[in-house]
Design a binder for this molecule. Structure first.
Ligand code: V47
Length: 364
């Protein structure tokens, strides 16, 4: 491999990786430009093993998308619908509680709950949703509301983001998922999601959450109109934010699914592109403990391969995730515990069931 790395002209990056030195944006560009995915993957795998050894994490989780009604209507999204649209829906608090009740016999440790930016659900709805889930399943960790939703809730409540987070925490919020980050570039946001909280706003909410003791995740939606430079600027902004507040747990690159969106002219991402986004992220985000290969978006088979290209986490059992499905995602709706363990074992990794905060629950 060393000679392949030399041939690719990346031996200085290999040295930096061994010495755990920070890579520059220029290094990142060379990695994205490198045509040999095995070289990039090999480098990413060194960092992956420095940070997480042979472990590959998964979680027993349940997704609840409480409503798809959204005022942002981002061009890349097939999930969000205008109020009154025939596909629009919103769950009542009892319906959310029923969803949780229906799966009480499964050893779920996390509920992942996100939705659109709803025009008229009151602030109390969100507090009641959290309290309702906790009533039915008191021990579950609720990872809910993207930074975009949190800003919306703060606006609704008339309080600061910090005070709103404190109130949500009190009602049962455990951490924030990584959605809504898209690509921070103002150029891309102007074209694809002009009405959404901007990149600076997203980072500000995430860092406020960290300062209030809440861990958060981060994502980037790639594979549409973004340039390599814009991807790297996004990663750099996350890396700088993490240097300051340190509360990011996991980075999840999200592969764009064009079906049913206002951007159907784009082709689906390829396997190489998916692996490269995982690998380069692992190399650039030296201060992020984990990189997730979200099987719902890239398929379980490629997520399995990604465990050798920088990823150390496969997400979890999921079930009923609508954001990818509405945009043409073809992965199965849920993966069983046994399937996840088999995928990880066959990748030569040690399956580790974790909770949301990466406490180890079981090794297989
Ligand atoms: O914010 C929307 C993205 C996100 C599409 O934190 C799309 O562990 C692809 O953030 N094609 C929601 N992506 C999902 C998300 C997530 C998923 C799993 C785990 C975690 C975590 C976070 O999905 C949205 C948006 O960025 N998205 N439309 C689409 N057509």
């Amino acid at each position: 491999m060393d000679s392949l790395i030399q041939q690719a002209g990346l031996d200085d990056i290999l040295a930096k990786v061994h010495n755990q030195e920070r890579l520059s944006l220029e290094d990142g560009k060379r990695l994205f430009d490198c045509p040999d995915i095995l070289v990039v993957g090999y480098l990413a795998n060194i960092v992956r093993e420095q940070k997480n050894g042979n472990q590959a994490f998964f979680i027993y989780n349940q997704h609840i998308n409480y409503s798809n009604i959204c005022t942002n209507l981002c061009k890349f999204c097939a999930f969000g619908k205008e109020k009154g649209d025939e596909l629009a829906y919103e769950m009542g608090i009892e319906e959310i509680k029923d969803k949780v009740r229906q799966r009480l016999d499964e050893p779920i440790t996390e509920i992942h709950m996100v939705g659109g930016i709803h025009p008229d659900l009151p602030y109390s709805y969100y507090l009641e949703a959290l309290r309702g889930i906790k009533e039915v399943r008191p021990d579950v960790h609720i990872q809910a509301f993207t930074c975009v939703e949190i800003q919306h809730l703060a606006d609704l409540s008339g309080q600061s983001v910090g005070d709103t987070l404190e109130e949500l925490k009190e009602a049962g919020l455990g951490s924030l998922p990584g959605g809504g980050a898209e690509v921070f570039s103002p150029r891309i946001r102007e074209i694809t999601c002009p009405d959404k909280l901007d990149g600076e706003g997203w980072l500000r909410v995430a860092q406020t959450a960290h300062r209030h003791g809440l861990k958060t995740n981060a994502t980037m939606l790639y594979g549409h109109i973004e340039t390599i430079d814009e991807r790297l600027e996004h990663l750099d902004a996350l890396r700088r934010a993490q240097d300051e507040t340190g509360g990011f747990l996991t980075y999840i690159p999200l592969a764009f699914h064009p079906k049913n969106t206002a951007m159907t002219e784009h082709a689906r991402t390829t396997g190489i592109e998916d692996l490269k986004n995982i690998a380069v992220a692992r190399l650039m985000l030296d201060n992020f403990p984990h990189i997730k290969a979200y099987w719902v978006m890239i398929g379980p088979k490629l997520a399995q391969v990604a465990l050798s290209f920088g990823a150390d986490d496969m997400d979890g059992t999921v079930k009923e995730e609508l954001i990818t499905r509405m945009a043409g995602g073809e992965s199965e709706q849920a993966l069983g515990h046994k399937t996840l363990i088999r995928l990880i074992k066959e990748a030569g990794r040690e399956p580790v069931e974790r909770d949301t905060l990466y406490e180890v629950l079981a090794r297989f």
